[in-house]
Design a protein around this ligand. Sequence first.
Ligand code: FAD
Ligand code: SF4
Length: 508
Amino acid sequence: PKTLRLILGDQLNIKHSWFEEQSDEVLYVMMEMRQETDYVMHHIQKVIAFFIAMRNFSDVLRDQGHKVRYLKISDEANQQDLDANLHQIIEEEKIELFEYQLPDEYRLDEQLKAISENLSIQARSVDTQHFLTERGFLEDFFEGKKTYLMESFYRQMRKDYDILMDGEEPLQGKWNFDHENRSALKDKKLLQKPKTHSRDVSSIADEIENAGIETIGSVDKEKFLWPATREESLEVLDYFCESLLENFGKYQDALTTWDPYLFHSRLSFALNSKMLSPLEVVKKVEQYWNKNQEEISIAQVEGFVRQIIGWREYMRGIYWAKMPEFAEMNFFEHKRKLPNWFWTGKTKMKCLSHSITQSLELAYAHHIQRLMVTGNFMLLVGIDPDEIDEWYLGIYIDAIEWVEITNTRGMSQFADGGIVGTKPYVSSANYIKKQGNYCSHCAYSPSKKTGEGACPFNSLYWHFYDRNREKLEKNPRIGMAYRTLDKMKNTDEILAQAEEYLKEIENL
Ligand code: FAD
Ligand code: SF4
């Protein structure tokens, strides 16, 4: 072969134009590497999911007649480093041209640029053909603006791709049905079983273990739940349309001990590994809804579409517009270490113990658990965003830096000082109680601010506002909180309670 084409672990897009033609002059290479398993400690299910999906993808390529070189983590010839592996193959195979798809991670982008510059042969990069926009689109779209308003970007995507549109106008007259998407789940009977898969992953799990890769969390080796082929991903998508879409938007923000997934799609791994494309996912959902409008309201569908062509696409744009500075941002100058119980789930606070234990067992938490339980707590107590990134980037099946860091530093922690969001997402126990049943199973009392058994969120909430007054008071969306704080009679007592909890943070 004359050309070597690299496929990274999150570039499993079989519809890419690369694969339209088969040629003996082209060799594809895929590699499982310590470089990728070790830059942060990952959940065991995340490592398994990527390796299996990659192996399945290489089988499909071979079935289609393509030439593939696949380096397993346990292969003798594998040097566990992108640079070293590429040099070796290029020499062995007498390659004349090196091609790669643009990576979605800054770290890999820099590495591939450096590799390409140092090669003695020509190198070229191409688009992944996955996203709706090109890397630099969002930066150009918001040129000169301080805040990058997601909503205006989202509307542009709706128009450009004709999704839920009636000519130039949004279908049924409204762009956004968010206010209909805030219910707590009261009726257990509405819940549906998730569409899981049950692959035996014992052998690959042993391979990972024998290689000495350190991981977090647990896995049922005989029953791996996540989709790891395109076909399986499409099954999860179909199941979402048929069984979950009807209630998706309505219970999107619900919190409950009854079920880890509620009506969420569980599609993030299939999307982020590019087994599915965002456009095909939203088109399929829209088509399904077109045929079933009597059972499913537009609010459910619009809520889902917004997450994918709005938030997901927008976060990717933010990443490329703001990296590498974004990874250093720490608006509140938070420095606290993450309590150890984030790695065990052992805390008396039910909302946190439930969300963390679930994450360790399933490599999954839904959005409101990430934003309003774990993220909220971390922000209230002032955890160092570096520690926060390490936790989120490691623990979730779908965590790839471009979508993890923009959600943590941006949306959840306001560490970017307001690029992604207009105000910090913080709440007291009130919100968590309203959204579900965590508080009724908790050792703490959601209605108490101070004294024996007072919920830590309540005093920590005011502590957060008090200590960040200088940075936040002038924000028009927050003024209300300061007016309340200034009118409160027992402020000192509440702040003292918060201080006590901060001292005792490992034992909460
Ligand atoms: P659903 O609720 O079914 O949503 C459908 C799809 O919409 C998701 O699969 C996802 O692709 C997309 N989506 C929804 N919300 C967002 C969002 N805020 N940003 C980007 N895409 C979104 N998502 C990741 O894919 N990887 C991460 O590492 C990640 N880290 C997060 C960290 C924090 C602190 C927060 C608050 C959110 C994070 N998210 C992340 C976004 C979101 O929580 C997950 O995409 C979602 O929970 C995945 O589950 P699902 O597929 O069942 O989602
Ligand atoms: Fe969480 Fe407080 Fe409710 Fe307990 S009482 S579940 S700590 S919000």
